[in-house]
Design a protein around this ligand. Structure first.
Ligand SMILES: Nc1ncnc2c1ncn2[C@@H]1O[C@H](COP(=O)(O)OP(=O)(O)O)[C@@H](O)[C@H]1O
Ligand SMILES: [Mg+2]
Length: 223
């Protein structure tokens, strides 16, 4: 289980009389296996900042993140990287492909970084489930934004981590692919007991959630 306690990110930027502002302020959240937590909120409300802190990618200024028994930011860097690789899959908001690798190799990468043999058959099945199996041997530079997004989703699903953190994963997808991607993330939670966080400003994603959170100006509330 992933748990955030009073998670806070304070950035230094002049705002009114203060010289800092809170991108995320005192967020408490739990992600359980088998659940999809949907997080909505306006652009700039702090969703990505929260996701990065949950992912072990951004050290909070205050508060803690626990993954099972591990206090993430109390770990030495090498141990944190190892744990991230093993347990946390991220579908980032921006571009995340390794350009020198093919699409299939990108999908295989997380498990190879853990020292596991790449399962090409499984990776191809994820690409197929997302409708891009025909692009397996293409390079990321040849793909459209939506195809790259689907590759990142396939990569996170193939990584087979206990936590999946998805930052607006359907942002560049059409309706059909949005539904397909959301179904796959939901079934990863329900059938394979993953703990999924789905950040979105898409109302469409709401029915896929088992818990609903909303971020407003850095403050997280469960709805
Ligand atoms: N590295 C940074 N330094 C200063 N401010 C930042 C940084 N990253 C994000 N912010 C600010 O934090 C706020 C929340 O950003 P973000 O988490 O990306 O929001 P969202 O994902 O909800 O659109 C925004 O006002 C943004 O400008
Ligand atoms: Mg964002």
């Amino acid at each position: 289980m992933l748990k955030a306690n009073q998670l806070t990110m304070r950035y230094f930027r002049k705002t009114g009389r203060a010289n800092h502002f809170f991108a995320v302020k005192g967020a408490n959240l739990e992600l359980h296996p088998g659940e999809v937590a949907v997080l909505t909120g306006r652009s700039g409300s702090g969703k990505t900042t929260l996701l990065h802190m949950l992912a072990g990618l951004l050290t909070p200024t205050e508060g803690k993140v626990w993954l099972d028994d591990a206090d993430l930011y109390a770990l030495p860097d090498a141990a944190l990287s190892r744990l991230r690789n093993q347990k946390i899959g991220v579908i980032p908001q921006g571009r995340s492909a390794v350009d020198a690798l093919t699409v299939l190799e990108n999908v295989l990468l997380p498990r190879q970084l853990r020292g596991e043999a790449g399962d090409r058959g499984a990776a191809l099945r994820w690409l197929d489930a997302l409708g891009i199996a025909d692009l397996a041997d293409a390079r990321p530079a040849e793909l459209s934004g939506g195809e790259l997004r689907r590759m990142a989703i396939a990569r996170a699903l193939a990584a087979d981590t206990e936590v999946i953190l998805a930052d607006e994963p359907t942002g560049d997808l059409d309706d059909e692919n949005t539904e397909r991607a959301l179904m796959l993330l939901k079934s990863a939670a329900v059938k394979r007991r993953k703990a999924v966080l789905l950040v979105t400003h898409d109302r469409e994603a709401l029915p896929y959630g088992t818990r609903l959170y909303r971020m407003e100006n850095g403050t997280l509330n469960e709805e």
